[in-house]
Design a protein around this ligand. Sequence first.
Ligand SMILES: Cc1cc2nc3c(=O)[nH]c(=O)nc-3n(C[C@H](O)[C@H](O)[C@H](O)COP(=O)(O)OP(=O)(O)OC[C@H]3O[C@@H](n4cnc5c(N)ncnc54)[C@H](O)[C@@H]3O)c2cc1C
Ligand code: FES
Ligand code: FES
Length: 479
Amino acid sequence: MRDYLLFYVNGKEQRVSGAEVFAPLSSYLRYGQSATGTKVVCAEGDCGACTVMIGRLSAGELAYQPVNSCIQFLHQLDCSHIVTVEGLKDKQALNPVQEAMVDNHGAQCGYCTPGIIVSLCSLFDCKQPADAQDIKDALTGNLCRCTGYESIITSGLAVDPAGIRSLKELYPEREMVAQFRSHIEQPALIEHREQSCFVPTSVKQAIEFKAKHPDTVTISGGTDVCVNCNKRGLEPAAIVSLSNLSGLSEVQIENGQLVVGGRAKLATLEAWAREEMPELYKIMWLFGSPQIRNAGTLAGNVANGSPIADSLPWLFVMEAQVELTGTSGIRLVNINSFYKGYKQLDMKADELITRIIIPLPEPQETLRLFKVSKRQNLDISAFTAAIRMTIADNKIVKAAVAYGGVGPVVLRLPKTEDFLTGKETTAATFTEAGELARSEITPISDVRGSSDFRLQLAENILLKFYYESACEREYACQV
Ligand SMILES: Cc1cc2nc3c(=O)[nH]c(=O)nc-3n(C[C@H](O)[C@H](O)[C@H](O)COP(=O)(O)OP(=O)(O)OC[C@H]3O[C@@H](n4cnc5c(N)ncnc54)[C@H](O)[C@@H]3O)c2cc1C
Ligand code: FES
Ligand code: FES
């Protein structure tokens, strides 16, 4: 059993044990490595000032993605290569992205600038040109308070991708890959005072550790847990970090169903949805920011159990099965019965979510997903909804409706579903269904919206579904 973590920072090997393992990467970089280019503003994944690139083994080589270093703790980073803004310079000179930011006045106070540079360098690492929309998408997780985005986008548009030296060119990876390969198969246990952190390599090791330490906090992407550590003083006595588990990171079709591994990143699901399920892609694209989707997982969204988790209404109407693996075996729980109350799950202390199995919509079905938030990007939902319907000869054959943000858990609306079944698809049907939906929920008022606002949304969203899907059907009949 290893008693240290191994990773690289800007090409230099680091072996770490003790207190540092339980600290955010941003602190390690700034205070341990004097890499103060990485800034910390919000410490909760919202501003991107702390963005760094993380390279991990994927199909035998390193694949780099931008993440927020304030909510990546060292115990999540074993066998990875971290590249900070200092590590992006090219032979002691500014790289083409940095040059473009200088030439186009892309920085004023400069506090957000290192994070913006890292995100843009990630976008251009493939040496392909990017348009304004690509640049905006890449910068969704980077907040600039003083320069204004116009000159930052102009800077991005001025980058000549041919002049970029990719991370693979800046950091030849043979030695790192060899080290990671030899380490990634050994579990690590790091203990410091009252805290212990286990980095297992298999599900069996993980669940045995959880069975021995029932208060263990499982950490996958850390985008929920690490915010709680930074902002709510969470200091788990025992941690199991899933970063080195073999397998469980794929998103694939098996026996006609979508199977999302318990460690699969939201970004992997987003990439799948982009090609295969545009309606889901719409929601995934709005989920946090690229940095959040590169770290966070679907299993984490499910296990966190927030009533405004964006994936849940979709999983509810699709009747997804949560696969739980514990020391007494594997069981499947329909997501509709997984939540027993606010953040109360049908999951035992030793269990892990190993897969989420999602039936695909039939070709004749209509599926619509909705997210309502105060601003479009990087915002927590005030209200979410998923509506799935089979419509034949203008009649509703089957209906499933799930709402989030209207109670302590995501809710299916059985009375509304029963009412809709067998009805004609008319505006009057959906207006009446909306009134019924209102009566099935008791939302609270909070910073994201009042109870009245949410009740109105619950009513209106059914009519929105009707008009959007009627337009779609009409269009399909015309072509
Ligand atoms: C800036 C920011 C923006 C965000 N935006 C959104 C958003 O738009 N929509 C949204 O829904 N959420 C959002 N989130 C919340 C968060 O990103 C998601 O809930 C994400 O899916 C969590 O995944 P994770 O792997 O990071 O979970 P973690 O933080 O690692 O874990 C979350 C919970 O799940 C448990 N867990 C994780 N994996 C497993 C497993 N395999 N088995 C059992 N338990 C497990 C952990 O113990 C913990 O209780 C945002 C968070 C931040 C910080
Ligand atoms: S400091 Fe704001 S995202 Fe990390
Ligand atoms: S340059 Fe000041 S916050 Fe962006």
